[in-house]
Design a binder for this molecule. Sequence first.
Ligand SMILES: [Zn+2]
Length: 339
Amino acid sequence: MTHRPAHNGTVIVAALLVFFPAWKHSDDGIGSSLNIRDVLMFGQKYTAWFYSERLDSLLNHFAGDEEAAREIRQLRQKVDKQFGRETEVLNERTGRSIGKSNRYYYIRYSKFSKIRQPVKTECSFDGSDRVFQFSVEVLPQEAAAKLLDYRTKATLRLPFNGLWYVAAGGLNINTNHHAVSTDQRYAYDFVMKKNGFVFQNDGTRNEDHFCYNREIVSPGVGRIVEVVNTIDENRPGEWTSGAGNYIIIDHGSSEYSILAHLKRGSIAVTPGEKVQIGQFLGLSGNSGHAAMPHLHYHLQNSPRLFAGDGLPIRFRTYVANGIEIEQGELSWNQYVMNK
Ligand SMILES: [Zn+2]
């Protein structure tokens, strides 16, 4: 969900990435459905097995062949050797995989004894206790957090109506994949969730995603600098490059809002036009470098896309996880709405 590959200028300490082949008797849709708490519980269980002396327990649930089982043992050995032992779990993510009924994922970000960067462990499984994939990788280094103490000059509010979920945000790479880039250093990705999931049905249609086709509004007073409104949208699970359909707003005082991945043809403002806070801009969509519908929003000090420095955003008068905030920055994993 960044707009471009996240490799520019980053140092990958020691990347390990192993995906296990799908089970040959793949029968998507047969496994039971899980609620989001169960997804967390199952994911924690498999990951605990992987990082403990109970690797065999994991392999017993593993829907792969002998060779895949060998690979998972090798992966564990490599992890021990290169990363050391897991010392702290930083945060976890859970969800359902697009296009596969009753297939779920669990992602854990944690610290290890031999390396500084957080490690991402991911597994996928179904509701019938079968594990399909297991992977481990080191996350890239964050860009320097310049302007960390910057105070937003413009009065900015959340750029949408209704209750949204902060899917990416914050200073660290483990909660905010944008943190590798200078311009998007403090960017956010927003989605909507119901019962912990971001889509219904199998998630392969944009309309399956709860945040698709929602009203996006101007976060502040300003003048429209640039609009792109003609980019075809992606099918969930696939993506192209760039910001897709996007809007750049000049708030004055060298503060520019960028709202990206919007729905093709939905943007209702034009360059040069003055906009008010809360004014309708367009609809959320799934265009550009987006694997599924979501809203990307960040503030920067340049009027050009992929240029300048990102700025921390202090939003005004909103509700985060049910608590009213007069002015503050958002964090990953918050449910937020305008007050
Ligand atoms: Zn983004």
